[in-house]
Design a protein around this ligand. Structure first.
Ligand SMILES: Nc1ncnc2c1ncn2[C@@H]1O[C@H](COP(=O)(O)OP(=O)(O)OP(=O)(O)O)[C@@H](O)[C@H]1O
Length: 320
């Protein structure tokens, strides 16, 4: 069995927009030539500021969005090569937990209906007793009282709704979950409980996670490996959570998480300047305009992502 559950190779996705009805068409690359491995049974984190392409990458990985170029291989199989029915079968194993649990739970249906829906979509129809058993075990797995299954989403707190979002993702016994900022809309104390739940489930069920977050502090706490994105590209991959970062951007992100109260943390506080215009990216390193170490070479030549001793880095002048 390969150590890699999922491999992403050269994934690229552009979006086109127009200024007004007859305005000029403008193209931006939200994810640019991204390659990464997701080792089986581990938590791989993807971190970066808002707009760097994390959610687009997450959607591409699950084929909720089609790529312009590149491949996603799950257990060595290219997802793009699968027919619609083969992809639907594989979906059992690849699931998604969204930032906003509302987006995955229809407000008109009870929690019971929401938890049974994934298996119905797969063509599985359980009789009432088996359905109740399934619901009870899913509710117990995510630490909720099974009596809540009769409730409607608006009757639940934010944390309870996210637990239901996780239970829905677990309903088909997946092996791989993409978690896209699963705690970003929750209070700090609830965030910690949801992270603890995700950790427990990962260990007990042997799950593999791709965990998307803008919070490097959280990613360093939760993840085994860390992928850092900047303006659609990977700029650094830390092979372990305690590997010291070398990219000036990752270092700035890390300094920005020194604020002890996560509620007050703002990723951009220690980062000077803004992200460059994605519709008109600079020719060299996208971080050069904000980087204290940038040279003329950085402004004209984009550094390649180079692997050394398991650590990948795209920087001409990493601080020593
Ligand atoms: N459907 C779309 N149409 C046009 N542009 C899009 C679309 N989806 C994303 N983008 C653009 O692609 C870029 C990357 O967006 P994405 O949501 O992937 O970033 P992100 O890092 O997840 O940010 P956030 O944390 O704010 O969600 C942004 O500039 C965004 O405006």
């Amino acid at each position: 069995m390969s150590a890699k559950l999922l491999e992403v190779r050269g994934l690229t996705r552009t979006f086109t927009s127009r200024n007004g009805l007859f305005g000029r068409k403008r193209v931006m690359t939200a994810v640019a030539d991204v390659s990464l491995d997701v080792p089986r049974g581990q938590v791989t984190g993807v971190v970066g500021e808002s707009g760097c392409g994390k959610s687009t990458l997450a959607r591409l990985v699950l084929r909720l969005l089609e790529a312009d170029q590149g491949q996603v291989l799950f257990e060595g199989v290219d997802l793009a090569s699968l027919s619609a029915s083969a992809m639907r079968r594989l979906r059992r194993r690849l699931q998604f937990v969204f930032q906003d649990p509302y987006s995955s739970i229809d407000p008109r249906y009870t929690i019971r209906a929401a938890l049974l829906e994934p298996s119905q979509v797969q063509g599985e129809h359980l009789h009432a007793a088996a359905a109740t058993d399934r619901i009870n075990s899913l509710m117990a797995m995510v630490g909720l009282n099974p009596s809540l299954a009769q409730s409607y989403p608006h009757q639940l707190s934010g944390g309870q709704k996210q637990r239901i979002g996780i239970a829905r993702a677990l309903a088909l016994q997946p092996s791989f979950l993409v978690l896209d900022e699963p705690t970003a809309s929750l209070d700090v104390s609830i965030q910690a409980q949801i992270i603890a739940l995700l950790e427990k489930l990962q260990q007990e069920l042997g799950l593999t996670y791709l965990f998307i977050s803008h919070d490097l502090g959280l990613v360093r706490y939760f993840c085994d490996r860390i992928v850092v994105m900047y303006l659609g590209r990977i700029v650094e991959v830390l092979p372990s959570a305690d590997t010291p970062p070398r990219h000036p951007y990752t270092i700035a992100l890390m300094e920005s998480t020194f604020e002890p109260d996560p509620a007050k943390r703002r990723v951009i506080t220690r980062l000077n300047g803004e992200l460059p215009d994605a519709f008109n990216p600079p020719p060299g390193c996208a971080y050069a305009a904000r980087c204290a170490h940038a040279s003329d070479r950085c402004r004209s030549e984009r550094p390649a992502l180079v692997l050394r001793d398991g650590h990948e880095l795209a920087c001409h002048h990493p601080p020593t």
